[in-house]
Design a protein around this ligand. Structure first.
Ligand code: KG4
Ligand code: ZN
Length: 354
């Protein structure tokens, strides 16, 4: 059985074909990074327009790469939320048209469920129950996954998502967009213990996260080093001023140390809370997913500490950590097998709970 999936919740236009035994026959991702990079972040209306332009060839390319045609597709799955509603609408409308024209089932999928289960694409041995950490540009959430469609939210960010913090700190340091990969690269030249930054543990035993204080601490450290400060980081004009003043007065090695210390502070909190959750719920399997789970430093630290505690640790390869449609196909296929499908009234939702 071949499943076609479409994902357009944010700024990547994605399509994939999944065959039996979760074999990914193709996975196409058309990135809009160059477009949004010009603005230092995602511009929702531009993202929707670009999805409109791209969706047809992305789906066709997925079929071509899989060496099949629409005649070989038995169901179409699509991300129905959460995400940018204008972006979601493009994928949902396209998927509905295909389902209607081909008379095949339509399955709406939760994007976060796709991320949570994405390590299963390449780790068939990953089984329930597991503790799953989903860390992306929009989410930082810790789940106890007891079974298919049986998830308990254990903790979530109370302010910024970890990926968002990477993006904002990168902008502060004038390193580019998206922030995660550039901070990771820069951090390789830095010392993660050079600059003391806070870790937000929150209330005792809390499994929630907070990254806004860390972001402020990075700004304070940077201000101390630079000749002139900046009043409001949330204002991109001011962060640009800071970036300019930084260029004159802050050494490149300080920037590398700050990037490394920031990355370590994020890692320490994500790692400790995930391991605490595994211990509290006596779960042996731990999975890590979402765009931030591409980070090589985090991947290596998580793996070594989880395995040191006798846990089985699962990751997706980087192409399935960031947004992709293969993870949507995986979940959609299970929904279909459970008798769950949607009709043509399917409507996207920007805030879809898992
Ligand atoms: O999952 P994703 O592609 O989209 C969302 O659903 O948000 O995640 C994108 C996020 C961005 O914030 C980006 O900075 C972050 O993932 N990211 C990384 C790395 N690669 C991408 N964060 C840290 N290190 C990376 N190597
Ligand atoms: Zn995502």
């Amino acid at each position: 059985m071949n499943i076609l999936a479409i994902e357009s919740s944010c700024d990547d236009t994605c399509a994939a074909v999944l065959a039996d035994e979760n074999r990914v026959l193709s996975s196409i991702v058309s990135s809009q990074v160059a477009l949004h990079g010009l603005y230092g972040g995602i511009v929702p209306e531009l993202a929707s327009r670009r999805h409109c332009e791209n969706i047809r060839w992305v789906v066709e390319q997925a079929l071509t790469d899989a060496e099949i045609t629409l005649d070989d597709i038995e169901a179409v799955c699509v991300t129905r939320g959460p995400g940018l509603v204008g972006s979601l609408l493009v994928g949902v409308a396209y998927a509905k048209s295909l389902a209607y024209a081909r008379k095949i089932p339509l399955v709406g999928v939760n994007h976060v469920e796709g991320h949570l289960l994405s390590p299963m694409l390449t780790n068939p041995e990953l089984d329930f129950p597991f503790v799953g950490l989903v860390v992306s540009g929009g989410h930082t959430s810790l789940y106890l996954a007891r079974g298919w469609h049986d998830y308990e939210l254990l903790g979530r960010t109370i302010d910024d998502a970890a990926g968002e913090a990477f993006d904002k700190v990168a902008r502060m340091l004038d390193l580019g967009f998206p922030g995660g990969p550039v901070i990771e690269k820069r951090a390789r030249a830095g010392n993660p213990e050079a600059i003391k930054l806070p870790r937000a543990w929150l209330a005792k035993d809390s499994l929630d996260f907070s990254f806004s204080g860390l972001k402020t601490a990075v700004r304070t450290a940077l201000e101390k080093q630079s000749k002139s400060g900046v009043k409001d980081l949330a204002d991109p004009e001011n962060s640009n001023k800071l970036a300019d003043s930084k260029k004159d007065s802050v050494s490149e090695s300080f920037i590398s140390d700050l990037a490394a210390s920031f990355q370590e502070a994020v890692t320490a909190v994500l790692l400790r809370k995930t391991l605490n959750a595994a211990a509290r719920f006596q779960v042996k399997n731990v999975a890590f997913a979402g765009g931030v789970s591409c980070n090589g430093y985090l991947r290596q630290r998580m793996r070594s500490e989880a395995e040191a505690q006798g846990l089985n640790f699962f990751l997706a390869p980087p192409q399935f950590c960031t947004d992709n449609a293969a993870m949507i196909a995986l979940v959609g296929k299970r929904r279909l097998a459970a008798g769950l499908s949607d009709d043509l009234t399917l409507n996207p939702s920007s805030r879809l709970p898992l």
